[in-house]
Every structure is written in C-alpha cells, then in structure tokens.
Design a binder for this molecule. Structure first.
Ligand SMILES: [Zn+2]
Length: 863
C-alpha cells in the first residue's frame, strides 16, 4: 500500500520552499494552493529517502487527501514491521508477557500524527508543513537525526483540502479590491464547514472516514496533534494541558502525558523567545468529537494547538496594552479573527502574568509568518520530545491499553449488548458500523445466552469491554454525567465549554443495555457489520411497510421516484388478520412491484408484507413534494448538515438563496421550503458588511416575507429548524413565543445534551416515532403557547415532559423546559408552518428524531 519512491541521496540539493515558490512561506498575502503544495511534497518524497507520499483517498470534492510518512531511511525500509509492532502494543491481548512487551517497546518507533488546518481558514499550520518537510528531507543536524531515528512522523498537511482551495481562491480573487477580506459566500467544507471537526465519532464525511482509517486501522499513532487557530486579540498560542473537567473514562496517564508534551511545546517556544503562550484555560478535557480530543478514549495522546489568527494571510495590527493599566473592553480573549474596518484591534485585556501565561501578549503586529513560526516550533518541539521520550511514551500506551482490557475482564460493565430486534433495526446496524469506524470490536452471539439475568437471542450484538478501545465504546454508549464544579462555595456550577453529552445509542434511538457481570456466550467477532436482508412475506397486490425504520422513508422516496402509489394509513387498521398502526406505509402499482419490494428489503434492511388493502381505507396519498432548502450567503453549517442528510436519505430538493425569495414566486415552484437554524433577522437582512460583494448582500427583505406569506396561504409548507422559527413568530404571528427568552444563563443552560421528549404519534409528522423518545438539545429554542387568533389551528407534536428530562450531559434549570414545546404545526390559510426549534437533525446524529423532518417534508404534498 506504500509507494516506496526511488529515493536518491541528493537531499541537500532539494529546492527550499522559497526557491520553489518564489516567496517565503507565510509571506504577507502569499499562500500556496493545494495543487502546488502537492507538487512540492511529491518532489520532496521523490528526492529524499526519508519520506513517502501517500494519497489515502479522495475528499468530498474529489481532491487528493494526503499523508506524508517521514522517518529515517532504515525505519522506512522496515515500516511494515513497525506498523505490526505498533498494532500489538495497542492491543496487549497479542502480547504474552511483560518481557515480550518490553522487547517490543525497545524495538518500536513512536508514531506521531500531526493533522493541519481542518478549519481551512486557520491556514498557518498547513503552510508550515512545506518548511517542515524540506527541513526533514535535507537537514543532517543531531536534532533531525534523533527525530528521524526514533519517530515515524505521520503528517496530514491538510485535513480539509477542499476548503484550503476555496479559501485561497476567494482570498486571491478579492485581494486589492473593495471586497478584500470579505467573508466567503459558502462553507469551507461542502457540507459541514467549521463543524468538520465535530464529526470525529460520527464519521459522516469522507475526510473523517479517511482520518479514521489512518488512526484506528492503518497506523495507530501514539501521539496526535491537531493544529488550529483562534481569535486574533488574546494569547498567541494555546498548548496542552487543557482544563477541568476531565472525563472519568480516560486513563489518568493520558492526561499526564498530554500535559508533558504540551509543556515541551511551550518550552520550545519559550526557548525561541516567543511570547503569549498559554495552557490550561478555555478548552476542557471533557468532550468527545473534536478530532484529536477523541484520541484520549483510544489511548492516544491527543493534543491541540490554537495559534492567534490574522486575516488569512493579511497581517493584523493590535494596540499595545499598557502594563498595570486597565484597557477598554473589546480586546482580550476569543473575539473576532480579524481587524475592524481599517482600525487597529483593541489592546489585549488579559495581560496579567501568571504561571500558565508567564509572558502575556501585549499587542502589536501579527503576521502569517508569525503563525507559521509558532506552528513550526511547536511541531518540532513535539517531535523532539517524542524522540527523547520514545520508550516512555510507547510503554505508556501499552500500559493504558492493558489496564483497559483488565478492567473489561473484571466487569461492571463486562459488555454492552445490542439486541437486533428494536424499533428501527437498520439504525441498530448503522450505530454499530459507526462505532466500528472508531475502532470498536463488535461480536455477534451464535446462540441464545443469559447475561445479568436477562435472556438474549442468537444474533444479538455484543461489545465486550475487554478490548483496547474500551473507554471509547463505553463513553459513546453510556449516559454522560457532567460534573458540577463551582468556582467557590455558594456559586453556581461551572457550565460546559461545549457539548456535554453525546450518548450515541440514545441519540439514535437504539437500546444498548450494559451488562455488569461476566457471562458465557458463543460469540463470533464480526469483520464487517452488514445490514440484514429484510423479509418479504404475505400475499396480495399491495405492500405494507412499517413507518418505524428511518430507511422506510428512503424506500418512500425511491418508490415515489419510480412512480409507485404511496399512502400512509391515517388510522389503525386490521389487514390480513393483523393490526397495523396509523402511519403504516401502503405501496401500490408501479413496474413489477414484488421485485421492487424485494430489492428495497435487501438494500435497506426493512421488512415488507404483501396484503390486499381495501381502496376506501383511511389513508393519505403522498405525492413527491417539490422541496426547497434555504441557503443564506455566507454559509450556514446547519444548512449543510441538513443538505447532507436529505441527500443521504434520497430526498429530491433544490437549494434556494435570499434573492429567490426576494424577487421570485416560490408558490409556483415549491410545495415546501425548509429553513435551517439561522435567526429570523438574519434571514430577513442577510449579509450586510461593507466589503461583501453585491450579489451576496442582503436577505429576503420585506418582499421575500410577502412572497413567503403568499406561499403559505396558498397551500405551501414552511419548515423552520432551530432559530429560524423566530421568523414564524415575529413575521407570521405563529401563536407561540420564545419560551427561554430573557432567562439568564446561570438559570438555564444546555449547550448539548440528550433529553427526553413526549411525542404525539397520531400526528402524521410524528408517524413511526416512539411516544417517549430521546432528542438532542443544543442551545435550542423552545416554544411557549400564547393565546391564539381563532383563525390559527395549531398542533403540538413534540413537548418536554414535566420531569426527568435530562438523559445525558448537562441541563441547568430543567424546570424551564416543563411542558414547553419542541415541534408544532400551525395552519395559515391553506398552508402551514412546521416550527421545529428542536434541532431534530443536529450534526446528522439524532437518528431518533430524523423522521420529524422527513415526515414534515413528505406530508407537504398529499391528497
Ligand atoms: Zn479550529
């Protein structure tokens, strides 16, 4: 699989980046685009016997996704052997004795992975790799020799090549024009934009799948640094360690060693005389799902660096702080990534020297070259320390893995069992496939067994805890309990920095009972986890599908496309001696229906029952709705996730922009318009910045609101996800108000947790749902009823119960949610608004609530 190049020992004569590109790396306003970058990296790999260039796969937009493997020529010759040793050190079940382990550790090399610039505009690390690679290819200093001899350096120069290309092209296009530094009109990843690092356990996107393969299948690095950039006005670089709370499933040694390596990076930067180096603030050790963070549950030393930003490649200038004097607010931490129009950035406000920030940044000029320098020093500091501590780091990873397996054998929990027959069986398989991409081993019972007193049939899936990535499997499937830590007695507990709960089984509506005590069962390890073929049974001219699997709605989309008749029962019915609930999908007609249904059962894992269905049965006929998805200029991640989810589930739709509503007539083109999570004000006003190009300025304006009202009154449906529901409240007088408005953050806060909701499953929008369901709450808005105009008919589809709402994560002020509304339908004229402030499709994770969106779309064109 590795392309061993015909390496020549003319390393010294390889051109430097400056010679090759005609400018220094990080020069003001100069950026090296992905294609040119690859040309250079390939030249280095060809001319040096210290590195291999590997195209791991293609990105979302079909660009090469690249890994450089860098080590001494002798190590590269034996790379397969080192990979094999590494695999064994990560899986202590393959090592017979402590003696054998120590022998392997002595022989092994440390694998250090550095992933750059997943957030494409945080481009410094990506540009830095050109210099790093040249240095490693050509330098013969003791420092470089030690690194090459002890480390296998795995370098991913960009985790988001598509975005690298987009931001550079956009930047160059506008350089020197009135649109210089204008925000890009679209996301820097086709679907998920800046959320691409939040996909680290869901593996929905190609880039996540590729890095997952490098991490958990092909290479198993002991160390993984993910290089980012932060705001422009505070510290210059964040290095590990992060701050409390830690996660109890992560071995303490992981936390110690990430701290050790972060300190080594900080020390290298201090040695170089750099200022503004901070650790132990802002970023917490708690959560899964942000790339290198996820390494900790895989016994890997996941590291983060965040370097202060410029405006892509344009320097920023910041007022200098006067020591001992308070500076006006507006500078300091976080803040914007760049300069206000023409002016200087306000002086930094955080100028107090302290042990974790000994030489604060005081302001001044900051350039892309500075970012490149900080990244370069931090990277080589890490490589050098990894080389120096080779044995210690390898031994640590081995020991953590061994402890995980020993804990798994002891039990409590001993295993997680996942029954096959559940509400949505194909989603059970999807959950297991997702876990497997994260390196989790899955077994399947070959015979019935008993565990913790409960009986399970043959076919039940079992995740044994005695496996190297035990911490990951456990953490993904148990309920998170976010620690309540106060800064002082009597103070409210400190709220999470980001997502607090992720429990994937809960989010996906899959039961995953934990077994405490060891048990005997005949288990087979699954090499691949496949969708079981659905059954087709019964006799008759029509076919019945359960509404419960999400895949049934994929089937509906395929059937509508093929011209079959699709209806949903609107009342329970007894057919062929069996009773079927409202929502049951009835399929009639179309070409060769029995063969079509057999095909769907096979490819989607759903069961179909043939039956005679009386023509007059109470049902709604589903027509293929003409669907529009609203995309604001400037990009919106929730729009991207929604677009991805609709594509995956085979919903036909078109993308519309503000001008399509501002000047067009949606009523003639669409049955339903979906708005993603974006505030009503943003929909109306759009982008307003002075440097925004004319065609990307403005929102739907008053004329768009008018068109939208005419669209609804004429029979159209509008679905508003998240904060776009404010548009329906403010502009169309939907009889609800924002139920959390004006409530202080200390009183109510829920940044990302799994919660319990009650669902009216008699409403077609909730067909196939469970009455008591899980949902994902992420800073969501909720609705509270207000007295309605008599003309407005409303139905509440999802509401919060009056207790026991939190299932996983953090929820401060639960009672503020009691009886509030998560999803409601409001009739207006001949049409309707479906208000979905609950993020039913949040980052394509909560499979348990996807059907609310799918049903709302499909019920937009019915007879
Ligand atoms: Zn970032």
């Amino acid at each position: 699989m590795l392309l061993l190049s015909a390496a020549v020992a003319f390393g010294q004569s390889l051109p430097s980046p400056e010679q090759f590109f005609g400018h220094a790396v990080g020069a003001d306003k100069k950026l090296v685009r992905w294609d040119k970058q690859l040309e250079y990296l390939q030249l280095m790999a060809k001319g040096s016997d210290r590195m291999l260039f590997q195209e791991v796969g293609k990105t979302t937009e079909n660009n090469p996704f690249v890994l450089m493997v860098i080590s001494s020529p002798a190590n590269l010759k034996n790379i397969e052997r080192y990979r094999q040793i590494n695999r064994r050190l990560f899986d202590p079940r393959t090592i017979a004795s402590e003696q054998e382990a120590q022998a392997l550790i002595q022989e092994a090399r440390v694998f250090v992975l550095v992933t750059c610039s997943i957030h494409a505009s945080e481009i410094g690390a990506n540009q830095m790799t050109l210099e790093a690679v040249h240095r490693l290819a050509t330098e013969n200093s003791p420092e470089i020799t030690t690194i090459l001899n002890n480390v296998v350096f795995l370098l991913v120069p960009s985790l988001n090549p598509d975005g690298q290309i987009m931001v550079i092209d956009w930047y160059n296009k506008n350089l020197g024009t009135p649109n210089e530094n204008a925000p890009m009109p679209w996301l820097y990843h086709k679907y998920v934009g800046h959320d691409n690092n939040r996909d680290a356990y869901m593996f929905t996107q190609k880039e996540t799948q590729l890095i997952g393969r490098i991490l958990y299948r092909d290479w198993l690095p002991q160390v993984w640094l993910d290089a980012h950039q932060m705001g422009s006005s505070g510290p210059r670089i964040f290095v590990m360690p992060a701050m409390d709370p830690i996660n109890p499933n992560v071995d303490p040694l992981i936390y110690r060693n990430t701290g050790l390596l972060g300190f080594a990076q900080a020390a290298a930067l201090e040695r170089a005389g750099k200022e503004g180096i901070i650790y132990g603030e802002q970023y917490t050790y708690w959560w899964e799902g942000a790339m290198a963070w996820t390494g900790w549950w895989h016994n890997m030393l996941g590291l983060l660096t965040e370097v202060a930003s410029v405006q892509l490649a344009t320097p920023v200038e910041q007022q200098r702080a006067v020591p001992g004097q308070m500076t006006p607010a507006g500078g300091g931490r976080g803040g914007g990534r760049g300069q206000g129009a023409g002016g200087l950035l306000a002086a930094p406000t955080d100028v107090q020297f302290r042990s974790n920030y000994p030489r604060p940044w005081m302001g001044g000029r900051w350039t892309l070259r500075d970012i490149v320098d900080y990244n370069r020093i931090a990277t080589f500091g890490l490589l050098q320390t990894a080389a120096d501590l080779r044995v210690q780091l390898l031994d640590g990873v081995y020991r953590v893995g061994k402890r995980q397996i020993d804990m798994g054998k002891q039990g409590d929990p001993y295993a997680i069992v996942i029954p096959r027959e559940q509400h949505d069986p194909p989603t059970v398989v999807k959950l297991l496939q997702t876990l497997a991409l994260g390196g989790v081993e899955v077994h399947q019972a070959q015979a019935p067994f008993t565990a913790d007193g409960a009986k399970y049939p043959a076919g039940t899936y079992v995740i044994l805890m005695a496996q190297p990535f035990r911490a990951y499997a456990k953490d993904m499937l148990e309920a998170q309990v976010y620690p309540r830590i106060s800064s002082a007695p009597g103070q409210p507990p400190r709220a999470p920095y980001d997502v607090a709960g992720w429990s994937l089984g809960m989010q996906m509506g899959v039961d995953t009972p934990f077994v405490r005590r060891p048990f005997e069962a005949e288990l087979r390890k699954l090499e691949s986890i496949d969708l079981p073929v659905g059954k087709v049974s019964g006799q008759g001219t029509a076919f019945l599908l359960s509404h419960e699997p999400n895949n049934s709605l994929v089937a509906v989309n395929r059937l509508l496309k093929a011209g079959s008749g699709v209806s949903w029962l609107t009342a329970p019915a007894s057919l062929a001696g069996k009773s079927y609930p409202a929502g049951t999908i009835v399929v009639r007609g179309g070409q060769d229906l029995p063969a079509t249904m057999a095909g769907l059962a096979k490819s989607l894992g759903i069961d179909a029952v043939a039956a005679e269905v009386p023509a007059g049965i109470a049902a709604m006929r589903i027509r293929s709705p003409r669907t529009a998805l609203y995309q604001p200029w400037g990009g919106n991640m929730d729009e991207g996730w929604t677009r991805w989810l609709l594509e995956q589930n085979e919903f036909p739709f078109v993308t519309i922009h503000p001008e399509d509503l501002r000047t067009g007539n949606p009523a003639s083109k669409f049955d339903v318009i979906v708005f993603p999570d974006i505030s009503g004000q943003q929909i109306i006003n759009g982008q307003t910045g002075r440097n925004v190009p004319e065609q990307y300025r403005g929102g739907i304006e008053e004329s768009g609101l008018k068109a939208l009202r005419a669209f609804i009154e004429g029979g159209g449906s509008v679905i508003t996800i998240g904060r776009s529901s404010t548009l329906m409240l403010d502009s169309f007088a939907a009889p609800y108000r924002d139920g959390l408005q004006g409530i202080r953050r200390e009183d109510f806060f829920c940044p990302g947790s799994v919660v319990r909701v009650l669902v009216d499953t008699t409403n077609p929008i909730a067909y196939g749902m469970q009455e008591d369901s899980n949902a994902y709450f992420a800073n969501s808005m909720v609705l509270e009823s207000v007295p309605s105009f008599p003309t407005m008919t409303t139905s509440i589809i999802v509401r919060y119960p009056n207790g026991n709402i939190l299932k996983s994560g953090w929820l401060q002020g639960e009672s503020y949610l009691y009886n509030k509304v998560g999803v409601a339908e409001v009739k207006l004229g001949k049409g309707r608004m479906v208000l979905m402030p609950l993020k039913v499709q949040q980052r394509a994770q909560p499979y348990a609530t996807f059907k609310l969106l799918f049903n709302a779309i499909l019920t937009s064109a019915v007879d």
